[in-house]
Write a protein that binds this ligand. Structure first.
Ligand SMILES: Cc1cc2nc3c(=O)[nH]c(=O)nc-3n(C[C@H](O)[C@H](O)[C@H](O)COP(=O)(O)OP(=O)(O)OC[C@H]3O[C@@H](n4cnc5c(N)ncnc54)[C@H](O)[C@@H]3O)c2cc1C
Length: 361
């Protein structure tokens, strides 16, 4: 028989970590709540480029979940969701355990789109799951070889700048212009940094297929080597489609302003896996959704009306430059320097500190 909970928090994404933090301060009394996560740690993506560049140790970039859960009055279950049956309010884990929840909350993030492989010898390393990504890069660091990074968003740029000194050569491929969605002056600043550091930048070059030891853009070989990092941004996962939850045209799970599935209001959806109107998929927005989600899940049991998530029109972006500084954008404004690096470091460390249980006791 499936273990039954009032609320099942699925995945320890940014939004759920914020929920746990808020409940640790003001818990939901007398309810049975569990958090499901494959690992006892939640990695904080904002600090991973700094970790790879050698500015942080692993334990500074992750949140230890079991103590945080205890402080929040939530059971920690280590496991990986395999199937979600929205109609039956239950999930199956990869070890075939079933869990039942009166309310479900999905915050499992996403993984990057993978290229087509045609008898390829190239090792592909997606940036997520982070734990696997870090293990692969650690292995690569012992035996450096040329690397290509596919994806010219903030993550691709930061990773290129973090890893450039650890590889004999590094190429960055981007299907459109670099840093789309950010002000053009941020792209100009990033291009200068990338080129000064000897990184080959290929804009408007969709590297979509691996064939043998070559990276292909259509029929043209654009790079040759053995190691490719995929940083192409969120892509839909198969279990979302089969869950019965309403998805958008791209395959992301639809979520309303109250962060509920329109087809199954007993399921909340946040973070990268959610399609929320006018909301970019990144950590800053996932954190903000977490604040609304913590409140709404609590309101379910006091019969108060749910509050609405109102996405901000712009968010602060701070991209690590790999040398202790950062590039900054805020609306149309951009800047860069060591001051921005110190600002990013302060905000990132503060996030980890706020969600670490020592701080809460
Ligand atoms: C290198 C890099 C740097 C980035 N830097 C920034 C930044 O500075 N600022 C910013 O705003 N965004 C940044 N991003 C984007 C950011 O990482 C994502 O948008 C953000 O992590 C999304 O958070 P989330 O809440 O959706 O879930 P995530 O933080 O992705 O977490 C999902 C969690 O769910 C778990 N999970 C996954 N599958 C399952 C399953 N089947 N069962 C159970 N659990 C599961 C995972 O283990 C993970 O703990 C960066 C991304 C990368 C790759």
């Amino acid at each position: 028989m499936a273990a039954a909970f009032d609320i099942l928090l699925l995945g320890a994404g940014h939004a759920h970590v914020v929920v746990l933090r808020q409940w640790a301060a003001h818990s939901i009394k007398a309810r049975r709540i569990a958090l499901l996560s494959p690992s006892p740690y939640a990695w904080y993506s904002g600090m991973l480029p700094g970790l790879l560049a050698g500015h942080y140790r692993p334990e500074q970039c992750r949140i230890h979940l079991p103590p945080l859960c205890r402080a929040a009055g939530v059971e920690f279950i280590q496991g990986t969701l395999d199937i979600l049956e929205a109609d039956r309010k239950r999930v199956r884990l990869t070890d075939e355990t079933w869990l039942q929840g009166q309310w479900l909350s999905v915050n499992t993030g996403s993984i990057p789109r993978l290229p087509e492989c045609q008898r390829s010898s190239i090792e592909i390393c997606p940036v997520k799951p982070f734990a696997d990504f870090l293990l692969t890069v650690e292995r690569w660091q012992k035996n450096p070889e040329p690397v290509a990074i596919i994806g010219g968003g903030a993550a691709g740029v930061e990773l290129a700048l973090a890893l450039v000194h650890q590889t004999p050569s590094l190429a960055l491929f981007c299907g459109g212009t670099l840093l789309r969605g950010h002000p053009p002056s941020l792209r100009t600043r990033a291009l200068r940094h990338l080129r000064q550091r000897g990184i080959q930048v290929h804009e408007h070059c969709t590297a979509d297929t691996l064939a043998g030891d070559k990276l292909m853009s259509g029929k043209q070989a654009v790079w040759q080597g053995n190691r490719v990092i995929m940083a192409t941004g969120p892509a839909p996962l198969a279990w979302w489609q089969s869950s019965g939850l309403q998805c958008d045209r791209q395959g992301f799970i639809q979520s309303s302003a109250t962060l509920q599935s329109p087809s199954h209001p007993h399921v909340f959806v946040t973070g990268d896996c959610a399609a929320i109107p006018n909301t970019p998929k990144n950590g800053v927005y996932a954190v903000r959704q977490g604040e609304v989600l913590a409140n709404n899940l609590k309101r379910l049991f006091t019969r108060q009306p749910l509050v609405r998530f109102k996405p901000a029109t712009s968010a602060l972006a701070l991209l690590a430059d790999g040398q202790g500084g950062a590039l900054m954008s805020w609306g149309p404004l951009t800047g860069e320097g060591r001051w921005a690096g110190r600002w990013k470091d302060f905000l990132d460390r503060r996030f980890i500190r706020h969600h670490s249980v020592d701080e809460l006791i």
